[in-house]
Design a protein around this ligand. Sequence first.
Ligand code: BES
Ligand code: MN
Ligand code: ZN
Length: 515
Amino acid sequence: MPLTLSLRVANALETPADLLVLGVWGSAAPREPSAGKDAKPKPKKGLAESLAPLDHRLEGGLAALLEREEFTGKRDQTVVFAGMGRVDFQRVAIIGLGPRAGFGDVEARSFAAKAARIANAEKAKSVTISLPEGLETRARALAEGVELGAYRFTKYLTGDRKPKSELTTVHLIPSGKAGGGAAAKKELELGQGIAAGVLLSRDLSNEPSNVLTPAALATAAEVAGKMHGFKVTVFDFEEIKRRGMHLIQAVGQGSVHEPRFVHMAYIPKQKAQKRLVFVGKGVTFDSGGISIKPAAGMGEMKHDMSGAANVVGLMVSLAALKPKCEVHAIFAAVENMPDGNAYRPGDVWGSLDGKSVEIINTDAEGRLILADALAYARELKPDLLVDNATLTGAMVVALGNTCTGWYANSEAAAREFEGAVKQSGESMWRMPLLDELKEGLKSDVADLKHTGDRWGGAITAALFLREFIGDTKNWVHADIAGPAMSERAAGWWGKGGTGHAVLTFVSLVERASGK
Ligand code: BES
Ligand code: MN
Ligand code: ZN
């Protein structure tokens, strides 16, 4: 259920809720950014002006508390205390925003998410957020933030483990007289609509593999399509085989849960200028297959369909954005299992576009299903083709578990993607498609092997995928293996599936739509 969100000019102290959140600029930041370089910065000591009314209500108690806590307003510094009947709030949280310079939509989103996380931790059903000056114009980012920050995956908790209260209502209160009205309302709705896509992606990612089978993932896409008005086509196993998607067949045939292939399409009312195609890896569980993974941490491989979840989430976000370009989202859903009928190392299988592939390690399954999905996607003649996948452990070794590594086959595609990454604020870093590593994919018995040696494993995976994009001029491959799930809450992430990359894809579409 989306939150009930409002942004209107009022007195925050007279907008009762379970929790009051106040964002405070870091004291190191000059009060007036335009004051000129000769203006002396205000002394660091003392209470921020915006806190004076609350301090007054608490009879000077706030100033004393913040002094004791050494609160300076640096980013993410937080002090939480009880209202104790002196204010119309059970709890009060003061959050440092850091310097005002460089504080944009991304920072506003993080601030709002933090407020929502505190609301959850404090068991608040309602929260009043007092916005410092300047944030009243960032309604969309704030809405994204509270929705994403409030998210928890509690579906399977029962009894005492089930949270008894849930955040339902958020009042955003500007500090000045500006803000609110119909424009703010529209932006809030847009932010919530975009967040809904990210939240769906997280839900799908978090769902255990006994529930989210390939068929269930395809059904989730169909349900989303019905709800949000985009077209969904699903191929069952028979159709996958009939069409010659043998790499998807190879990976999927070791599981009793048969593969699916899904194509979602958003066609705008006006004639579209551009066509974007997104592809995701949908391995609902990756045991490694015959090249089975070690037991430790194998359960995390329920998240191995996060790339597919992201493209479904993206389509839901687009229902709110209504872009002027055409967007397609495609994924293959399979379960990678060891079994009497499983594919094996040493096998040779044919791809949708007629290449023969020697199987080296059945745990490198993602690039195989993506190869067929890319060969299908390229037939749509996209202006930009983007795939995303929890593809390699090597990517996590290279960039850690918060950052996506991405590759582009043209500078035009790279510029677009880089711009979208800047706008979304998601952590992503460009990687090189090193042609000298192509050597590693040479096979003696087939057109190519699907893995090289250990070194540069994330790059050889990308090089393998590139073999299947045909003459597509603008292609981006994003390896989301690290950030697809998180062990802790941070920024606008919670624990578990993050939906990381959906916001960047939304920005990409926005840019292509000319909005
Ligand atoms: N799904 C994994 C990659 C992965 C690892 C995702 C860790 C998230 C966290 C992928 O299918 C895989 O197993 N890749 C192998 C490839 C290797 C066999 C060439 C890997 O990275 O070890
Ligand atoms: Mn694998
Ligand atoms: Zn995998």
